[in-house]
Design a protein around this ligand. Sequence first.
Ligand code: PEP
Ligand code: MN
Length: 338
Amino acid sequence: MIVIMKLTATARDISNVIARVKMDGYEAHLSEGEAHTIIGLVGESPTPLREDHYSTMDGVDRVVRVSSPYKLASRNYHPNDTLVALNGSHAGSKQVLVIAGPCSVESREQTIEIAHAVKEAGATAMRGGAFKPRTSPYSFQGHGEKGLQWLAEAREQTGLPIVTEVMDPALVPMVCDYADVLQVGARNMQNFALLHAVGESQQTVLLKRGMANTMEDLLMSAEYILSHGNSRVMLCERGIRTFEKYTRNTFDVNAIPVLKARSHLPVIADPSHAVGYSEHVTAIALAAVAAGADGLIVEVHPCPAEAMSDGRQSLDYDGFRKMIDSVRLVAEAVGRTA
Ligand code: PEP
Ligand code: MN
């Protein structure tokens, strides 16, 4: 249930509602919009919620039952788009953000070189994995903390914010020391201990949709993070598993307008993991932008054939520059910038 306060509600009216929520055994989450203050009631309590107990209180405009199992992630609770700050840019604004970099960071020199290259081509942030979730335990697992140090150095030199994956709740504080955005990967979307830890960290999170998860599952995972008071969450559509064999995954373009309609959180598209083949990445990126994506996360490597992971889907520098040129045209056509 959410309580929407009147424009004229006073601070005292708001604190009275919050006190009532607590008395009923629920948690009160405050969303201060441009027009209205909205109070979300979350949690479980033996006290059934009575709408009239709230609707008759001073300063209350109306009370709305939220039928979705997620509350804080719902657009009912927060009607305006949430803007997630990324170094002067905002995911969820008119600008389509472009996060680019290698699947894995491979060496210091290469990390720094890629950072300069993607920045020059127009990227807003850099991606790169230091902890890699690999299907096989025998595949390259990432360079760990050393990789994070290279990423931090790349940020120092270029000013690009860093997006990198964290897989272990115990490592969240360490990754926060180096990164601007914590990526929760598709395989960990329902790792609830990790969701708690990134929620508590209050660091910006890029939450990727699991390859066999529904949009509702994704929003429920976002709810875990939001319930810790961390509202800096970006959702990411990275393709789901279907019966199709000609692509790595199936890009669910539906997810972009549907998630944006149901939630106030920005939606980022990952065309690289979605399609899995570099020659098709730009087409999927353009479809995502046309469908309303707030940003793209794209794998870029100076020599994709030699990449330690995901080379087949990585764009080279030239391919990335061409992608950005096309993204700008489509962004403009749909009233955005890139
Ligand atoms: C990645 O970003 O390199 C990655 C492993 O992504 P996903 O979790 O979407 O597979
Ligand atoms: Mn990858």
